[in-house]
Design a protein around this ligand. Structure first.
Ligand code: SAM
Length: 315
């Protein structure tokens, strides 16, 4: 299926995420030699935004790497709404490649990503190292265990079919990731997606990063205000929303679920590195950062009938 007119704004959110990540990388928040080949340098971002992206990427990375280590890479990763994520290249560099790595996004996004990979050797070379054959057709890429698939997450039948055609093994432990994605689906659509994952994969984990209370106008107002550096505390009920984040998984067949707001995640990351990044740019209003990060969270859920220990993963 192709994206409609209304989807173009959603598709554009990927450019924003990628250019924020590129800027933070350029400032030294974390290393990513690949993102510069996927997105042009954007405008300067406020230090709060850079620290927010740092917490987001490092937080998701913690859970992903824990999962890969626990399963000794005898597993699969499925990034839904992956945009221009460069995680596969990092895992390759670190010798942490799972048996299968699958990304799904709208064709308008995956065809651009595939085009950049095809035309830029710094992206394509690492993929073919070790003998992998790069197969690219439109917005679809296959290269040994790396697959970029185009599709619409609202259509789980089509999603299932294209993952199956790419050789996904539903009996292997599988980690699903949605980094800033579910918010673009209706509650019914995201419930269907989360249920499909739990119905179809025996041993699985789901890692979701998103804004708490996105549906709440106050959250949006606060972010807008942050951009103009005048921040007001929004009177949102974060506890109720946190509970509903967990229920989204528990009500559709996941065995357990937990979450942390990003302010807590930030303080749970390796503190030596946090201290390093805090020296990169001066932040005059720490409270502003706190308010921003408290409006985002990472929720994770697991299904672990074989007792691998997925419920022990976390911060
Ligand atoms: N996960 C990436 C990251 O964190 O850098 C990209 C995040 S971007 C904010 C949201 C992504 O979700 C976009 O690439 C968008 O195209 C994708 N997306 C949203 N709704 C989708 C849908 N129904 N089907 C496929 N992709 C979708």
């Amino acid at each position: 299926s192709t994206a409609g007119v209304d989807d173009s704004a959603v598709i554009a959110t990927n450019d924003d995420a990628a250019s924020c990540k590129r800027f933070a990388v350029q400032q030294g928040y974390w290393k990513d030699p690949y993102i510069q080949h996927l997105v042009r340098p954007g405008e300067r971002k406020a230090p709060e935004i850079n620290r927010g992206y740092y917490a987001r990427t490092q937080g998701v990375r913690q859970l992903l790497d824990q999962f890969l280590r626990l399963t000794r890479c005898e597993c699969q990763v499925v990034s839904l709404g992956a945009g221009f994520e460069t995680t596969y290249w990092r895992l390759k560099d670190e010798g942490l490649v799972p048996r299968g790595y699958f990304e799904v996004d709208f064709p308008a996004v995956t065809s651009r990503k595939c085009h950049y990979i095809r035309s830029r050797p710094p992206l394509s070379k690492p993929l073919t190292e070790g003998g992998g054959q790069l197969q690219i057709e439109g917005g679809v890429l296959h290269c040994s265990n790396y697959h970029i698939l185009s599709g619409d997450l609202r259509n789980t039948e089509e999603l299932d079919a294209s993952l199956t055609a790419s050789g996904i093994d539903k009996s292997l432990p599988t980690l699903f990731m949605t980094e800033c994605v579910l918010v673009y689906l209706t509650p019914e659509q995201s419930a269907k997606l989360v249920r499909w994952a739990s119905d179809n994969f025996l041993t699985a984990m789901f890692v979701n990063y998103e804004q708490v209370n996105m549906k709440d106008k106050f959250g949006q107002v606060m972010i807008e205000n942050l951009k103009t550096r005048h921040c007001h505390l929004a009177g949102v009920d974060l506890c109720a929303d946190a509970e509903s984040q967990k229920q989204r998984f528990l009500s559709v067949g996941w065995e357990g679920s937990d979450l942390l707001d990003m302010w807590t995640v930030y303080h749970s990351l390796p503190q030596q590195d946090v201290q390093r990044i805090e020296r990169l740019e001066f932040l005059d209003e720490v409270e502003l950062l706190q308010q921003l990060l408290q409006h985002y969270c990472i929720t994770w859920a697991w299904k672990d009938p074989a007792g691998l220990g997925l419920s022990n993963l976390g911060f």
